[in-house]
Design a protein around this ligand. Structure first.
Ligand SMILES: Cc1cc2nc3c(=O)[nH]c(=O)nc-3n(C[C@H](O)[C@H](O)[C@H](O)COP(=O)(O)O)c2cc1C
Length: 393
């Protein structure tokens, strides 16, 4: 176990990072992050920091939010199978994505419009925390402060996530910029043919679209376009938003390098399947001919383990890194990743496994659901705090 025990600091004594200037904010955030012993505390802190409309923008889904809740309900309806009497003192979490080593099979999913509301350093703070914790970071077209500034903030290639907001000359231009900035892979998000109806944002009159620009170009995308993009940028291609075996098969046939199972965290097609539900059929269709990534509702080490068991090579964290950034900036994201790693290691040890490579479908079973699938169902103490009025609902 190489996770250091954090310094004990009374959260009430730590300075509120929002109340101090740029120079001392970082130190205040580090002191606050060191007080977090659990992921639940991070989410409680984020909820206290964010306004209702920004919380809703980050945490909400589309329409009735059925897909959003189903992501959690499906994860909460899987049980882990444990083996005992195995020497589990050493556990290997090492992983890789497109040949780049990662400390654990976890990565930061792209979040566009939002991060700058949580911290002035926005996506740059997230990228620095990810690189420091040895995981890959996807950077959205809509990231602030800009894709070049985020790339400059770290010393290794990140993944550029593309939304198509213009014609081929617009796309060529942004791909050239990403390439010149050193991005090492291209992730095209394909579950955004239309911008969904985010009803929380509509009711709050908080109407910021991920990606900006002219959305009709995104609606016209076909397989030819994504192949042209891959050739143009000359880096491996990741397709984000695959949700069926049929499309996974087509992706492999078109030479896609990574098939990324996602329903956009329940923010696009409502009444879609949970990501964890479609993962087995996608993994079977891909049949190891490409790497498989997955995101959607991942809030715990147990969630990561379930997704790895059902066929993901690595698992993406969306909302949770937004909450961690709001809670304590770059230090909050780093602490969140440290806690996720600690949870994954503990879960594997308790399952009698010494490596993530030993995970497979035999490690999970359908079981009685333990929640009704609320977006924060992984954090019962956070939900209890809300009920007792300790944070705004
Ligand atoms: C506030 C917010 C903004 C997002 N922006 C983008 C984006 O710019 N590009 C993209 O491909 N996905 C975007 N997503 C989707 C995430 O990449 C990811 O698929 C999703 O958050 C995973 O689900 P989770 O939030 O339950 O972890 C966004 C998600 C959130 C919550």
């Amino acid at each position: 176990m190489d996770t250091p025990t954090p310094r004990a600091v009374d959260p009430k004594q730590a300075q509120d990072p929002a109340q101090v200037g740029d120079a001392s904010r970082h130190a205040a955030q580090q002191a606050l992050a060191a007080t977090f012993q659990t992921l639940q505390e991070i989410v409680i802190a984020a909820r206290r920091t964010l306004s209702q409309s920004v919380w809703d923008m980050l945490s909400g889904g589309s329409d009735s939010e059925a897909t959003l809740r189903r992501n959690r309900l499906a994860l909460d309806s899987l049980a882990l199978r444990q083996r005992v009497l195995v020497d589990v003192r050493e556990i290997d979490l090492s992983a890789s994505l497109l040949g780049r080593p990662m400390r654990m099979p976890v990565f930061i999913a792209p979040i566009g419009n939002y991060l700058q509301y949580a911290d002035p350093q926005g996506a740059a703070a997230v990228a620095r925390a990810a690189v420091a914790r040895g995981v890959q970071c996807f950077v959205s077209t809509a990231a602030r402060p800009g894709i070049e500034a985020v790339a400059r903030s770290v010393d290794q290639p990140l993944v550029f996530q593309l939304y198509v907001r213009g014609d081929r000359s617009w796309v060529g231009d942004i791909l050239d910029r990403a390439k010149a900035s050193g991005y090492g892979a291209l992730c095209v998000t394909v579950d955004r043919a239309y911008y969904s109806r985010r009803e929380r944002d509509m009711i709050n009159h908080h109407l910021v679209r991920e990606g900006g620009g002219d959305g009709s170009h995104q609606a016209s995308l076909t397989w030819d376009d994504v192949l042209w993009m891959k050739q143009r940028m000359g880096v491996p291609l990741i397709l984000k938003g695959i949700a069926t075996a049929e499309d996974a098969k087509l992706a492999v046939e078109h030479g896609v390098d990574v098939v990324y199972v996602s329903n956009h965290g329940g923010r696009q097609l409502d009444h879609g399947q949970a990501s964890i539900e479609v993962l087995p059929e996608v993994a079977a269709a891909v049949d190891r001919r490409a790497e498989v990534l997955m995101d959607g509702g991942i809030l715990r080490g147990t969630d990561v383990v379930k997704a790895l068991a059902l066929g993901a090579d690595a698992v993406g964290i969306g909302k949770l890194h937004g909450w961690a950034l709001a809670a304590a900036g770059e230090a909050g994201v780093a602490r969140m990743l440290e806690l996720i790693e600690l949870e994954v290691r503990t879960v594997l040890g308790l399952m009698g496994l010494t490596s993530t490579a030993q995970l497979g479908p035999h490690c999970v079973r359908q079981a009685t659901p333990v929640s009704q699938g609320s977006v924060t169902s992984a954090y019962p103490m956070y939900e209890a705090a809300l009920r007792h009025g300790e944070a705004r609902p």
